[in-house]
Design a protein around this ligand. Structure first.
Ligand SMILES: Cc1cc2nc3c(=O)[nH]c(=O)nc-3n(C[C@H](O)[C@H](O)[C@H](O)COP(=O)(O)OP(=O)(O)OC[C@H]3O[C@@H](n4cnc5c(N)ncnc54)[C@H](O)[C@@H]3O)c2cc1C
Ligand code: FES
Ligand code: FES
Length: 476
């Protein structure tokens, strides 16, 4: 056991003992370390002004990921290197190549967003991806600039390109992790970060009222925006077993704590549409911390992964102590933000059947913005068509009810029918009876109903080989 997080701030070891386990990294930097380069804009993970980089040992190199310091708690730094805009220039004071490119390309005006952009560009520069326009816009989708305009910033990213040599040495960072469990007691608060699933199960069974913390992209906001005082926290991010992604027989098994950015390429390979949707989930900073386990555990009716997992026939492996049980994703949500989890139980793994021959899968996220926006409606469709007949179908929707839901009535209207326009229009009519959506700030009930019908029509257009003439038809 150790009682304080150990991390490198730049190249210097830090072990802060007197900070609350729910102090954000942003507050820590600005108030404890007096490092004011990292800015606060929204304090909810949306604007990227607070972007910092976390370094982690990955084999014989350091892997850098941008995260939002405003919703990250200090203990999450344990075993990592924290880099801010104060740490990226060369020891002789020369600007880092991405800083120089920002100067050369006039990528900054008022400068408020600039440290955040520099850190996103730093991670891109030292990452694995080729630095082309797509990679740049993807890396910058979580950084908001209100005055410069993005063209010069994108130009700067392209001009800086990718680093030829790895940055940093792993030795100091690797030495930080002794494998010990971090257990913090601070006033009335406690924070424990188990190192194995068995330890996690035991600790949670003993403290069933504790808050489970995965990436904290939801939980962080409970603290910064809802000012909730979390007294007992059990963190999942040091449990390596929860981050495994593997196939077993005809099932893809995803640990509940696997990061979106790590799951994304795997899901993209098996279900390309799921990959596209995950690219649109939050931003790079959010996907570098967020998990599917957290998305399901949060039980939001507009969470993006639940409808997709419902359509794919996924199940959740739940665990309490040594006892495991499996539950279909659609049965996990029992009411508005209520789940089937028993006290002391957690999601260990998400099991997704691998695609079968003849299976068509489509999913669509409808939101006001392409990037960094929550869905108004999310629809997912898994279909088997044999000789023109729909022999199997599963449909999942988010944003249409108090929980993510399976559209069973629509499935029944379509099953074993010829996959024709007449059938799909019957399914669209059934959709009206299947859901009674609400109106809120994201969309009206009428809009949601119309969109849900049209997404079914879109899935049919894309999977039925319908002629181009029909593709132009407006669904009523
Ligand atoms: C700027 C921003 C943009 C976002 N954009 C999107 C978006 O486009 N689409 C979307 O769906 N969501 C979005 N979110 C919400 C959030 O990122 C996701 O819900 C994410 O998947 C949460 O995962 P996490 O690991 O951060 O969960 P956490 O915040 O750590 O936890 C969320 C909840 O799940 C519980 N939990 C976590 N892990 C487990 C487990 N293994 N077992 C049981 N319970 C568990 C926690 O106790 C908590 O109640 C966004 C959030 C932000 C801040
Ligand atoms: S301050 Fe806006 S994302 Fe952190
Ligand atoms: S330079 Fe002013 S907000 Fe970006």
């Amino acid at each position: 056991m150790r009682d304080a997080p150990h991390f490198l701030l730049g190249q210097t070891l830090r072990q802060p003992r007197d900070v609350s386990p729910t102090m954000t990294v942003l507050d820590y930097l600005r108030t404890v370390e007096s490092l004011h380069g990292t800015k606060e804009g929204c304090a909810e993970g949306d604007c990227g002004a607070c972007s910092v980089v976390l370094g982690e040992v990955d084999g014989d190199r350091i892997r850098y990921r941008t995260v939002n310091a405003c919703i990250l708690f200090v203990p999450a730094l344990d075993g990592k290197q924290l880099l801010t805009v104060e740490h990226v220039s060369a020891p002789d004071g020369q600007p880092h190549p991405v800083q120089q490119a920002m100067v050369d390309c006039h990528g900054s005006q008022c400068g408020f967003c600039t440290p955040g952009f520099v850190m996103s560009l730093f991670a891109l520069h030292h990452g694995d991806a080729e630095v082309d326009r797509t990679a740049v816009t993807d890396a910058l989708a979580g950084n908001l600039c209100r005055c410069t305009g993005y063209r010069p910033i994108v130009d700067a990213a392209l001009a800086a390109g990718r680093a030829e040599a790895d940055q940093g040495s792993v030795a100091a960072l690797a030495g930080l992790d002794t494998g010990a469990t971090l257990s913090i007691h601070h006033g009335t608060q406690s924070y424990i970060a188990p190192r194995s699933v068995a330890e996690l199960a035991e600790v949670l069974e003993q403290n069933p009222d504790a808050t489970l913390l995965a990436g904290g992209t939801d939980v962080g906001i409970w603290v910064t925006k809802q000012h909730r005082a979390l007294s007992a926290i059990i963190a999942l991010d040091r449990v390596a077993e929860l981050q495994t992604i593997a196939t077993s027989g005809d099932t893809l098994q995803i640990g509940a704590g696997a990061l979106y950015e790590d799951v994304l390429p795997v899901l993209q390979r098996y279900f390309p549409d799921f990959g596209v949707l995950l690219h649109r989930l939050g931003s790079r900073q959010i996907r570098n911390r967020g998990t599917i386990g957290g998305n399901i555990g949060n039980a939001s009716p507009i969470g993006d992964t639940a409808p997709v997992l419902i359509a794919l026939g996924a199940t959740l492996l739940l665990r309490r102590g040594a006892v495991q049980r499996s539950i279909p994703v659609e049965d996990f949500f029992v009411g508005y933000r209520k789940t089937a989890l028993e006290p002391g139980e957690f999601i260990e793994r998400i099991d997704i059947p691998l695609p079968k021959s003849g299976q068509e899968f489509r999913c669509y996220k409808v939101a006001k913005r392409f990037d960094q926006d929550i869905s108004a409606v999310c629809g997912a469709f898994s279909l088997h068509i044999e000789n023109g007949i729909l022999t199997a179908i599963r449909i999942g929707f988010g944003g249409m009810a108090a929980t993510p839901s399976r559209a069973r009535a629509v499935e029944q209207a379509l099953l074993d029918q010829p996959w024709t326009e007449a059938t799909v229009r019957a399914g669209m009519a059934a959709m009206d009876n299947a859901f009674t959506p609400i109106s809120d700030q994201r969309a009206s009930a009428a809009y949601r109903s119309r969109v849900a019908r049209n997404l079914l029509f879109k899935a049919w257009l894309e999977t039925s080989g319908a002629p181009a003439r029909t593709r132009l038809a407006v669904a009523p």
